[in-house]
Design a protein around this ligand. Structure first.
Ligand SMILES: *Cc1c(COP(=O)(O)O)cnc(C)c1O
Length: 359
């Protein structure tokens, strides 16, 4: 068996240790005679798996007591609708930052429910720099401000949270959650689809300040945060497999020193790759340095007629999924928590060999 290095933006690499544990437990989970995927979500065993996963997630992010953590199906995209439906007040605007492709999708959805004010936009510079917090034009009477903290496709991120306004801030952290410590208290709601930095697809995790959970009889049950809060996210059958495996990823992170340790590794991985790209006259990255994502690293070849050859050859070397998103082209290496440092080393040496051959 050989495992390749997987740079996919999502569904993304999972820690090998976690996959091995899964392999061991697949036929018989801890002498219960069945797999977790075959268990009732109401069984004592599964409830304890679910509770432990939630607690480990809370511990990792030091989530204060005033917040609840909800496990919801429908990916991050369902949150694009649930947020305006639950948090937007009638007769109030909602503020949105337009900082990349996922922001645009969130905005399109919010517009179906509310009057959307674009508080800041980097569209005119093709999303190459995250708008500085001091330049956001927040409405006086908005229900909340929505931001995407790390734009997965453009590789641009909000790298400092200094001076965040004292309002309800909602953040899509799908591609940066658990990559480094995060001050949850600055936010009203944080959400993340699991398939980037948490676990398998099929799950989104929502961290919500409890006072924002309202009784909303006008909403469909599954679209109301209260339904999940009142039922430990088990109003109906949750995605048990995704929840179980996410729990394994959380305990892997805790065993390895938590978010401070993973941050150190992530910063080192990203620096290695950006340094190589910046010092090369064959590859480039044109995102403003202070806004560069440490999770998604897009890069271009000066001669884009070599793109296909780059992708074919990298795949041969066991470096998978390096194509940029179809909307922006070029290359992208997603280097989430589960992508080991050796993967970056292998990528950089491949890039160098390729550049020397064709440059
Ligand atoms: C992947 C991604 C999404 C969409 O996630 P789905 O789970 O496919 O709905 C939304 N926002 C960001 C920042 C993402 O990276």
């Amino acid at each position: 068996m050989t495992r390749a290095f997987n740079f996919c933006a999502g569904p993304a690499a999972l820690p090998e240790e976690v996959l091995k544990e899964l392999q061991e437990e697949t036929l018989d989970y801890k002498n219960h005679g069945l797999a977790v995927m075959e268990m009732s979500h109401r069984s004592k065993e599964f409830v304890s798996i679910a509770e432990q996963a939630k607690q480990d997630f809370i511990d990792l992010l030091s989530i204060p007591d005033e917040y609840d953590v909800l496990f919801i199906q429908g990916g991050a995209s369902l949150q694009f609708s649930m947020i305006p439906m639950n948090l937007g007040n009638k007769n109030q605007k909602v503020d949105y930052l337009e900082v990349g492709s996922w922001s645009k999708k969130a905005i399109a959805e919010a517009k179906k429910f509310h009057d959307v004010n674009i508080a800041a936009s980097s569209k005119d510079i093709s999303f190459k720099k995250y708008p500085s917090i001091n330049d956001w034009n927040i409405s006086d009477d908005s229900s909340y401000i929505h931001m995407v903290m790390n734009e997965t496709i453009e590789g641009v991120a909000c790298r400092s949270l200094d001076n965040l306004p004292e309002k309800v801030i909602v953040s899509d952290c799908s591609s940066n959650i658990l990559s480094e410590p995060l001050d949850v208290k600055k936010f009203g709601l944080i959400y993340a689809g699991a398939q980037k930095n948490i676990g398998p697809a099929g799950l989104a995790i929502v961290i919500i300040r409890k006072d924002l959970i309202q009784k909303r009889d006008d909403l469909p049950a599954l679209m109301s945060y209260q339904t999940y809060a009142d039922s430990e996210s088990m109003y109906n059958t949750p995605p048990t497999f995704a929840w179980y495996l996410s729990g394994k990823v959380f305990s892997w992170l805790k065993r390895n020193g938590g978010l401070e340790s993973i941050e150190e590794i992530n910063l080192r991985k990203a620096k290695k790759l950006y340094d190589y790209i910046d010092n090369s006259d064959f590859y480039y990255n044109d995102v403003s340095i202070e806004s560069r994502s440490i999770m998604n690293v897009p890069f271009l070849l000066n001669d884009d007629s070599l793109n296909d050859s780059f992708l074919k050859n990298s795949e041969k070397e066991g470096l998978l999924n390096l194509a940029g998103h179809r909307s922006v082209g070029g290359m992208r290496a997603s280097i989430y928590n589960a992508v080991p440092e050796e993967a970056i080393d292998a990528l950089v040496s491949f890039m160098d060999v390729f550049a020397n051959k064709y440059g």
